[in-house]
Design a protein around this ligand. Sequence first.
Ligand code: URA
Ligand code: SF4
Length: 224
Amino acid sequence: PPGARQFIPPQAGTLAELRTAAAGCRGCELHRDATQTVFGRGDESARVVFVGEQPGDLEDQHGLPFVGPAGRLLRRAVDDAGLDPAHLYITNAVKHFRHELRGRRRIHQTPDQVHIVACRPWLVAEFARLRPELVVVLGATAAKALLGPAFRVTRQRGALLPWPAAAEHPQDFTRASVDDTGTDAPAARLLATIHPSAVLRADNQEIAYRGLVDDLTVAARALT
Ligand code: URA
Ligand code: SF4
């Protein structure tokens, strides 16, 4: 697929302008079977940005990220970890709902590397506007987008990693492209953890949930 790059306004616009442009993205085939683009949302001066996988069924219908069961669990974990929910921005690595039809049901399909790569320019553009101090990577798809295919969340979760050295294409995140306002942005860091959906699927949800909260507590401490 050609990717999202050609749909991004050439002038550094606001997040609202990006969101409007993303609504018309045809950078890969996923827009065809989805209801709408689900762009990030939250505090535009957030110090922390969460990156999930892709919108689910409910998110696709409402046009907002993390409004379903995974989002509910994530908000609870954010709260338990001591992160301020009012000062977060939440987005996804892929901005259309990839699914297959089984009868009338729409079954989630994990995005492929081609969708992650095609959609990545939106994520880069969001970071360029937000200039977060900390990026929390939720699960394998977001990790593929930002840390490359070799990264293993299960082994490397819960640790503060340097940014942008950790990124697969660090040139996209250099100060020059990220800090397009010319102000002195704090150097961002990154922390990977499991996806809240993995907690919902876990055999022992309580242990999985505690692990998520522990990782997010590391994130919360890094901000103080
Ligand atoms: N899972 C995600 O990764 N993102 C959403 O927005 C919802 C569920
Ligand atoms: Fe564009 Fe991303 Fe949607 Fe593909 S998934 S059409 S790249 S917004």
